[in-house]
Design a protein around this ligand. Structure first.
Ligand SMILES: [Zn+2]
Length: 419
């Protein structure tokens, strides 16, 4: 059977038959499906993490195996548990209010607004907000904080309903949602519908150029349907009558882009120099050639071998390893590498919504971070490597017993007190 025969659908953007694999991480459970102790003896669904690249538009993408309602209906990620992410949101809001001249008459909507951690900064400034969030359990927390939140997956139908109720937005915010939408065309068309004639859209998403450059293959999971270059996103937005007029490169999530979009008809905002410069850089890096994408998977396999080498050596020396941060990227990494409690005793996470649960697939138990102080492991493997500085500060106590930190990506690196 050829790869083309195995795909149910064509490219999520342009419909071309998908024939090329970008990287194949094997079978993996849904990254956010934390298990209760009572579920450990039950069957667990695993789905392929085979990522394709479209030879026509270069959209790197996963097939849709599970309905988005199933994936997002009880999402356990609560944004408010990361301090650096909260600061990022606040800085964004300060920038947006100034740059877009927002005031009490403005309307701001955030797509995938999570627990309202970002919108609450606008509310504090008297600006009218609405959140759209598909996960009912997370949206409930936002509503309790006084952030009006619609429990829905955002798309053309939702946008039309909002417009018919009189909503049109000065600013549409979407942080870490563009890569997660299964129906990319429907989503971008919905942005077009909901945006005021002179309004702006900002979206943040992990930058594919950084994913490849920094070997961040563990940011691939079923909830992320698309892996986006600037060039491809510009083409997708253009197909729906939207122009990207500015872009910023951010350090978040291992390297993200923040794009600024407007209606094609709104010529009041000129396309900035950053847009031209980044497009030229992507072209020079080969992002408009299929060969660039096909060379990635060898590096991923080598990363797996290096991490297993380290863990095998460490365990042979009789040392103990705990994992910090039961992040989705950890689920991909540990499942792809086949790392279970044979290598890692347990994981810890600050979120009380994960404590007492087990990591999907690999069944590693999750505890409060205090567990590290109690058991004094020799190594703490930091799974959310994007937060490594924050975590190493938080857990500086490991130095008291000579414990070290290990970061697996881009390749195994040990940090810690000298022996
Ligand atoms: Zn395509």
């Amino acid at each position: 059977m050829s790869a083309a025969d195995r795909t149910k659908t064509g490219c999520r953007f342009c419909g071309t038959v998908l024939r090329h694999t970008f990287v194949d991480l094997g079978m993996s459970p849904l990254a956010e499906s934390w298990l209760k102790p009572s579920q450990l003896n039950e069957m667990e669904p695993f789905y392929p993490l085979n990522v394709y690249v479209c030879e026509r538009c270069f959209l790197v993408q996963l097939e849709e195996f599970e309905s988005p309602e199933h994936i997002f209906s009880d999402y356990a990620y609560f944004s408010s548990y990361s301090q650096s992410w909260l600061q990022h949101a606040k800085a964004y809001v300060d920038m947006a209010i100034q740059r877009f001249g927002l005031n009490e008459r403005s309307q701001v909507v955030e797509i995938a607004s999570n627990d309202g951690y970002l919108l609450c900064n606008f509310v504090g400034k008297g600006i009218k907000v609405l959140g759209v969030e598909p996960a009912a359990n997370v949206a409930k927390i936002a509503v309790e904080r006084g952030i009006p939140t619609l429990v829905k997956l955002f798309g053309e139908q939702t946008a039309r309903e909002l417009v018919s109720e009189g909503a049109q937005e000065d600013l549409i915010v979407g942080n870490n949602v563009l890569a997660q939408v299964p129906s990319l065309n429907d989503f971008v068309q919905a942005l077009k519908i909901l945006l005021k004639p002179k309004g702006s859209i900002t979206m943040e998403f992990p930058h594919l150029m950084q994913l490849i450059a920094k070997n961040e293959f563990d940011t691939i999971y079923h909830e992320h349907f698309s892996y986006l270059s600037f060039t491809t996103v510009e083409n997708v937005f253009a197909a729906h009558g939207l122009v990207l007029y500015d872009v910023e490169e951010l350090p978040t999530h291992g390297g993200s882009l923040r794009i600024f979009a407007r209606h094609t008809e709104d010529v009041s905002k000129t396309v900035g120099q950053h847009v031209k410069e980044l497009k030229a850089r992507e072209k020079a890096a080969g992002f408009t050639c299929i060969e660039t994408y096909l060379s990635f998977s060898d590096r991923v396999k080598e990363t797996k071998r290096k991490l297993l080498d380290f863990l095998i050596r460490t365990k042979r020396e009789g040392k103990s390893v705990a994992a910090y941060g039961a992040a989705a990227k950890g689920v991909t990494l540990l499942n792809y590498c086949g790392i279970r409690i044979d290598f890692i005793d347990y994981a810890v996470d600050l979120s009380p919504h994960k404590q007492g649960y087990f990591m999907p697939g690999v069944h590693i138990p999750i505890f409060h971070p205090d567990k590290i102080k109690e058991t004094k492991p020799d190594y703490v493997l930091i799974l959310p490597w994007n937060l490594k500085d924050e975590i190493m500060r938080q857990m500086a106590c490991t130095g008291e017993w000579g414990g070290k930190f290990v970061v697996p990506i881009p390749e195994v690196t040990v940090f810690g007190p000298p022996l």
